[in-house]
Design a protein around this ligand. Structure first.
Ligand code: ADP
Ligand code: MG
Length: 258
């Protein structure tokens, strides 16, 4: 059974005088253990879709089933439980507490769950180890690079062992190389069995994901291997985007030195 089933999802924002059709008919499934990129230009509906997937918002029409349960039939308390227990969020702006250390930031979701201090510490340290930041655990966010801050945020999302990791433009505030390192980390987490949905507008990042779904104006227009979907996307964007994608693929395939 699929972990995620999106059954003809429509989302329309009602602004009183006008209606914005953000998602028009989204229909696809994601299995447990998949790593899927959602690609599309700004305004295409990616964040709207992520908010629905993360149970932060509900569709106007259609059904979203997570682990076989229709999310539309859950009470507010049940929805809060799904968000807290099943989903790990990663945002473009990291959203770390500035006065807390990396370790304390990662511990936070466990504090909300009432996990005892010793257990909390151990689990937070283990999560920081996965993102290779154990040696920075006493640092505050301001004492870390952008890529390191995003790794702390990923550790915080992982620490509760959610069934689903949702990352909305997690590389949006990072330089190109650091963004690729973050995608590499997601590939490793995927290799360990995590289910990951990654929103990006960069074809070269989507190209590295096993599967990509491309959204245009609230509709899925391509769904397939990341490489193929990214190439079609780059072609739609023009010659410059194709050249960039090919250069990135060439660099990724070239033997690494040093
Ligand atoms: P993306 O993440 O791909 O940039 P969004 O999902 O944020 O796209 O937005 C899709 C469309 O819905 C856009 O036209 C956007 O302006 C509109 N939109 C998003 N959020 C809201 C909102 N809260 N109220 C009204 N319109 C919104
Ligand atoms: Mg967005």
């Amino acid at each position: 059974m699929a972990l995620i089933e999106l059954d003809h999802i429509v989302k329309t924002y009602d602004l009183g005088l006008s209606k914005v059709p953000a998602l028009r008919d989204i229909h696809f499934s994601i299995n447990r253990g998949e790593f899927v990129a959602i690609v599309g230009q700004s305004g295409s509906g990616k964040s709207t879709l992520m908010n629905i997937l993360g149970c932060l918002d509900v569709p106007t029409e259609g059904h979203y089933r997570l682990g076989g349960r229709d999310v539309g039939e859950l009470s507010d308390d049940e929805l809060a439980d799904v968000r807290n227990l099943e989903i790990g969020f990663i945002f473009q702006s990291f959203q770390l507490l500035p006065r807390a250390s990396a370790l304390e930031n990662v511990e936070l979701p466990l504090i909300y769950r009432g996990v005892a201090k010793k257990d909390r510490r151990e689990r937070a340290i283990a999560a920081l180890e996965i993102v290779q930041l154990k040696d920075r655990m006493t640092h505050r966010p301001a004492e870390l690079s952008g890529g390191q801050r995003q790794r702390v945020a990923i550790a915080r999302a992982l620490v509760t062992q959610p069934s689903l990791l949702l990352a909305d433009e997690p590389t949006g505030n990072l330089d190109s190389k650091t963004g690729e390192d973050i995608v590499q980390l997601f590939l490793e987490l995927h290799g360990k069995g995590n289910t990951i949905i990654l929103v990006t507008h960069e074809p070269k990042l989507a190209a590295r994901c096993p599967r990509a779904v491309r959204i245009v104006d609230g509709l899925v227009i391509a769904d397939g291997p990341g490489r193929a979907v990214a190439m079609a996307n780059a072609e739609a964007l023009g010659a410059e985007a194709v050249a960039q994608l090919l250069a990135a693929q060439h660099a990724a395939e070239a033997p690494r030195h040093g």
